[in-house]
Design a binder for this molecule. Sequence first.
Ligand code: COA
Length: 179
Amino acid sequence: MNNRMQKRVGLYPGTFDPITNGHLDIISRAVHLVDELIIAVALNQNKHPQWSLEERVQCIHEALIEQFGGVCQKLDHGGCAIKVIGFDNLLVDCAKQRNASVIIRGLRQATDFDLEFQMCLMNQRLAPDIETVFLVATEQNRSIASSVVKEVAILGGDVSSFVPQSTLKRFQKLLQNKK
Ligand code: COA
């Protein structure tokens, strides 16, 4: 980054209930686009998340350490600082509070597009200075969705190729508690 240029901050929001390899795929590519990447975990009570906001944030931290290494408080990948935060306000307000000029979203398939388009237009109206950038998911991650992975894991299916170890451990704990 040129010292005279402003640091480019990107915000990658989602519910992350839980984080999957699909999300990690987007994160590992987004770090090349910004100087600081903030992974913003939405409280999103409407979705009745399985895990609390704190647990989802913690799970992402562990997944990032697994993926990129480093110490929890100081994650850095290829010159991009990575932070994980929770938020329960408007996405654009959260972005403004963190000086983020870019919102990053992943697109897996055509069916994602309508909703993403609608959210993007609304966010554009609310905060014209903030751009939404879409990254297309890589082939092997196109069929992954947190709720599907959750359902398979809870019914005893093997989800080890869809999620990082940190998520797998949470599924194991969940299954133990259900016994
Ligand atoms: N790989 C794998 N899965 C992916 C993925 C990827 N690259 N990208 C998205 N997904 C999945 C998620 O796992 C999730 O699956 P699920 O629905 O089965 O749980 C689904 O796609 C969509 O989830 P996510 O990307 O987390 O979006 P969301 O719809 O849960 O949350 C917010 C969207 C948080 C960005 C939105 O609700 C928001 O902005 N909230 C704040 C309040 C606000 O400002 N509202 C107005 C918005 S205009």
